[in-house]
Design a protein around this ligand. Structure first.
Ligand SMILES: Cc1ncc(COP(=O)(O)O)c(C=O)c1O
Length: 345
């Protein structure tokens, strides 16, 4: 049987042989007591790389984001986020369920989904007692998944944070793919997150670890986050087995992300040449390729079903199809995908 080319997400990556070895040999302890040496090492390394006071290993990106929403807000607050943001659309309504907050989605004018302060400011409520929900938090996403893996610069992030902080509004960064953003901009993750109050990033996406994300912020914030991780059911015991893979992901994987970006660019340029497909290939700078198929005369579901018969997995999202490159997809497989798409269309 031919290998399935899985472009649904970078979450599908399998741990490398080095990760599996490290997992087998990991020193472990009970992390609920803070006694797992490998988890502690991962947390120290992550905090060092991001230039933040402290870090917490959490099972998922969603948990990291939702702990941050919980800690930064109080019931009845509003959270401003770009309309296509993950925290708003794909985390099961947890801000409402767990934190009792309202989401105030704001559509960025740019297709990239990158908000500017001039777009955020009119949505903010401060000092409007008796009718408006106060703005408790602003959430950013870098890279922006449904903005097509678009990136926000350190200067853009600083501008939003500086303005928000003047109003005493904290900013959380969903940096699930912040390493992709950093590589694309030849920037450091520390600079991209230097002005935010908290940041979450995923080890289990482009970095290739099987499980896990990190939440970072001040020591006080992370101490509180530890309590909420337990409440959410995320207190894992001998989690060093997972952290061992995470350490390799953190220290080695960023060096190869440019390959995924080159593959995504090639894919974007290829699909841009197909009849009825609409995408601005120039805007594809990380590992996500989102293209509009409205004018092909087929639905995205039909195209994805046909791709599956060619052993290619992609996800239909309304009038768009998303393909994500990662370490388990080769350049040759990108060429095969393009040939199959051309045949289908
Ligand atoms: C931008 C973004 N944030 C957060 C998450 C959540 O990560 P997890 O699947 O680990 O909960 C994802 C997952 O795809 C994501 O794309």
């Amino acid at each position: 049987m031919e290998k399935m080319i899985d472009l649904r997400s970078d979450t599908v990556t399998k741990p490398t042989p080095a990760m599996r070895r490290a997992m087998a040999e990991a020193e472990v302890g009970d992390d609920v007591y803070g006694e797992d040496p490998t988890v502690n090492l991962l947390q120290e390394r992550a905090a060092g790389i991001f230039g933040k006071e402290a870090a917490l290993f959490v099972p998922t990106g969603s948990m990291g984001n939702q702990i941050a929403v919980k800690l930064h807000t109080k019931q009845g607050d509003e959270v401003i986020i770009e309309e296509r943001g993950h925290i708003f659309n794909y985390e099961m309504g947890t801000p409402a369920v767990v934190s009792g907050v309202m989401i105030r989605p704001v559509r960025a004018a740019e297709a990239s989904g990158m908000l500017t302060w001039s777009e955020i400011e009119p949505a903010i409520h401060v000092n409007q007692p008796y009718y408006a929900c106060p703005t408790g938090l602003i959430c950013l996403e870098n890279s922006h998944n449904f903005g097509g893996g678009s990136v926000m610069s350190a200067a853009q992030t600083d501008e939003i944070c500086n303005s928000a902080h003047k109003l005493n509004i904290p900013v959380h960064l969903d940096g699930a793919r912040i390493f992709n953003s950093a590589v694309a901009q030849n920037e450091t993750v520390a600079n991209l997150s230097r002005s935010v109050d908290s940041v979450q990033f995923c080890l289990s996406k482009g970095l290739g670890a099987p499980v896990g994300s990190m939440l970072l912020g001040t020591k006080d914030f992370i101490n509180e986050a530890r309590v909420w991780r337990k409440r959410f059911g995320g207190g894992m015991r001998q989690a060093g087995i997972l952290a061992a893979a995470g350490l390799i992901a953190l220290e080695e994987s960023p060096q190869r992300l440019h390959i995924d970006h080159e593959n995504a660019k090639r894919l974007a340029e290829g699909v841009a040449g197909l009849k009825g497909v609409s995408i601005d290939a120039e805007k594809v700078v990380t590992n996500i390729v989102l293209f509009d198929i409205t004018k092909t005369g087929k639905t995205s579901a039909e195209i994805c079903a046909a791709l599956k018969e060619h052993d290619i997995h992609a996800i239909p999202f309304g009038k768009e199809i998303r393909m994500v490159t990662h370490c388990d997809v080769s350049q040759a497989e990108i060429e095969k995908t393009l040939k199959s798409l051309a045949k289908i269309l």
